[in-house]
Design a binder for this molecule. Structure first.
Ligand code: GDP
Length: 601
């Protein structure tokens, strides 16, 4: 290994805290990481930073070079900071609410122009849930109109040297962010006013463009780690390694490999390891431990070099057989001199602690990592949306087959968070009418699904309303008999409700309904129409009665509502019919219930 800080390799050593960078898309996560790396390379001599698999180590001396007088290396005994290189969802969702959390500390990046955005909220919720300490990098301070940049100086100094107008403009935006934090019950302030970083979140103004604020940012991170996480950084370097899977991917010449971060102990090239997977964890022999070659040595076909061991905290690519079912976010454990079955139990226990509970029926859910799966499923649970199957990985045909078995058509859907849909899965889904929803913001994903459910329910409601007999009463107008019988054709006025063609018509004699015939057509000023509403006068043809006998001018007629329909209208559809239809319905029910109190109940 090339991480040979003096405190490592001894018993009771302190490891490097692991830092994740989170925030909304385009708020500058990647730029900030690049800037930190760039500053480190710029400041230091060779070896100032070490590029690991999926992470970058910045040693204390380099941090101190960047931070200048802000950091005196003698005040610290943590070896530096290890940044997870994949910013955003992927890295934060491998942060888990239980079990070995990957990141010890986080930087939440917020664009000062944009404030809190959906992924900012989401990141914060997960940080709060996992209890991960974090600081806020209020980024892009250089974009405040009139900003006078001077690369790489501390932002506190930078802000003081701006004009009053620029300073107050920036302050306004910073207080906006502090306000948004406090509306989430997080007490925050500018970092230089924070005394106790454990109960207050420090806001560090930065520019990933000019490097302003980077010294302060590193200082605050280092201070926070040293002060509050020293105990957790004490590791048994010589012991069997514990780590977390960052990514599962193909590596040329090695097949399926895992990129992981080791946060405790040491992994050696001849170790047996257990990797969390479902339904059974993987027990396998390490074939090779790989790390990136130093830039100068990379030849086109060989990016990696084999190393004999890797100690916490570092990233490593592990090549071993049978890794296909490994999942991002899953634990990695070296067996060494323990019983394999004990270690398997340990890993299974840790997996079980990642709460992804499922129901007998419901949605099929996919996510990129165990952590994000847990977050997605628990959010669905809060929204009372049942989940039948939840797993990590791209949407595959078997997921479509699973979704098809859901009992309701709306639940024959797959919610996919931050993963791809394999071509054959897409095809099968189209063919089998399984709906696919994809998004990289959890609550947007759920929102899209809920909108779809609402659409379906509305359509179903419309369908039901279309097929159900609607209440209406109407009066035969005096001197408006156009035809006596076969069919009778009379002018009527709709007194309430919705009169539709092809309805049976009744006349009440007290509370006894008497079916007089069937209303076949409706004409409005000579034109055939399907329906007529309250107040409209139309001509109707009624098959059955003869005017002057069963019906006569001045009679009030009612559309006959089958008892079953009356019940559905009253119990399920009252909100979906108009007020005057409701009124007619209630009069109609009253008439029946005078005779039979339980009619339509
Ligand atoms: P990410 O999606 O959060 O990783 O955001 P990026 O790092 O890709 O940044 C998004 C855009 O904002 C890019 O065009 C960056 O150049 C720009 N950007 C990021 N940080 C700053 C900054 O501090 N100042 C300015 N002016 N632009 C920035």
């Amino acid at each position: 290994s090339d991480n040979d800080h003096t405190t490592e390799g001894e018993p009771g050593a302190l490891r490097t805290p692991i830092v994740a960078v989170l925030g909304h898309v385009d708020h500058g996560k990647t730029s900030l990481l690049d800037k930190i790396r760039g500053s480190a390379v710029h400041e230091g001599e060779a070896g100032a930073i070490t590029q690991h698999i999926g992470s970058t180590a910045v040693p204390l001396d380099t941090i101190s070079d960047i931070a200048g007088e802000l950091v005196d290396p003698d005040d610290f005994d943590l070896p530096g900071l290890l940044y997870i290189d994949t910013p955003g969802h992927h890295s934060f969702s491998t942060l888990r609410s239980r079990g070995g959390a990957l990141a010890d500390i986080a930087i939440l990046v917020v664009d000062v122009n944009d404030g809190f955005q959906p992924q900012t909220h989401e990141a914060m919720d997960i940080l709060a849930r996992t209890g991960t300490p974090f600081i806020v990098a209020a980024n892009k301070i250089d974009t405040v109109p009139g900003w006078n940049p001077e690369p790489n100086r501390p932002s506190k100094v930078a802000i003081e040297s701006q004009s009053d107008r620029v300073e107050s403009d920036l302050n306004e935006r910073l207080y906006e962010i502090i306000g948004q934090l406090s509306s989430k019950d997080i007490s925050a302030d500018m970092y230089w006013r924070v005394q106790d970083f454990q109960s207050n979140v420090g806001v560090v103004p930065v520019s990933a463009e000019t490097g302003e604020g980077v010294p302060d940012l590193l200082t605050v991170l280092m201070g926070l780690s040293q002060r509050y996480m020293k105990d957790e950084m004490a590791i048994d370097v010589g012991g069997p390694a514990a780590g977390t899977v960052l990514e599962v991917k193909d590596t040329q010449g090695f097949g399926t490999t895992i990129d992981g971060v080791i946060y405790d102990g040491t992994i050696q090239a001849n170790d047996t390891i257990v990797v969390g997977a479902k339904p059974n964890s993987i027990v396998t022999e390490v074939r090779a431990l790989l790390q990136p070659k130093p830039l100068a040595e990379i030849r086109s076909d060989e990016e990696f070099e084999q190393v004999s061991e890797v100690a916490a905290a570092e990233g490593v690519k592990i090549a071993a057989p049978d890794l296909d079912d490994a999942m991002a976010g899953a634990p990695i454990r070296v067996v060494r001199d323990r019983d394999t079955s004990d270690v398997v139990d340990l890993v299974q226990q840790e997996l079980a602690d990642i709460e992804v509970s499922t129901d007998d029926d419901g949605l099929t859910v996919k996510a990129d990592t165990l952590g994000s799966l847990e977050a997605l499923v628990s959010t669905l649970e809060e929204s009372e949306i049942p989940v039948m199957d939840a797993s990590v990985g791209d949407v595959a045909p078997r997921d479509v087959r699973m979704a098809e078995t859901a009992s309701s058509s709306q639940e024959q859907s797959i919610l996919a968070f931050n993963v791809d849909v394999l071509d054959d899965a897409q095809q099968l889904a189209d063919q089998e009418d399984v709906r696919l929803f994809g998004h990289d913001v959890i609550y947007r994903l759920i929102e899209e699904y809920e909108e779809y459910v609402e659409e379906i329910e509305e359509a179903q409601q419309e369908q039901i309303l279309e097929n159900i007999t609607r209440p209406a009463r109407f009066k035969i107008l005096p001197d408006h008999t156009f035809r006596q019988s076969d069919p009778a054709v009379v002018g009527v006025e709709v007194r309430g409700g919705l009169l539709r063609r092809n309805s049976n018509v009744v006349l009440f004699d007290g509370s006894t309904p008497d079916r007089v015939g069937s209303l076949k057509t409706i004409q409005d000023e000579g034109e055939d129409v399907d329906e007529a509403r309250t107040g409209e006068r139309v001509a109707v043809s009624i098959d059955g009665p003869t005017v002057g006998r069963q019906i006569k001018e001045g009679d009030e007629l009612w559309v006959e509502i089958p008892e079953k329909h009356a019940k559905i209208l009253e119990q399920e559809l009252t909100e979906d019919i108009s007020a005057d239809e409701r009124e007619v319905l209630s009069m109609y029910l009253d008439k029946h219930r005078n005779r039979d109190p339980f009619w339509g109940k």
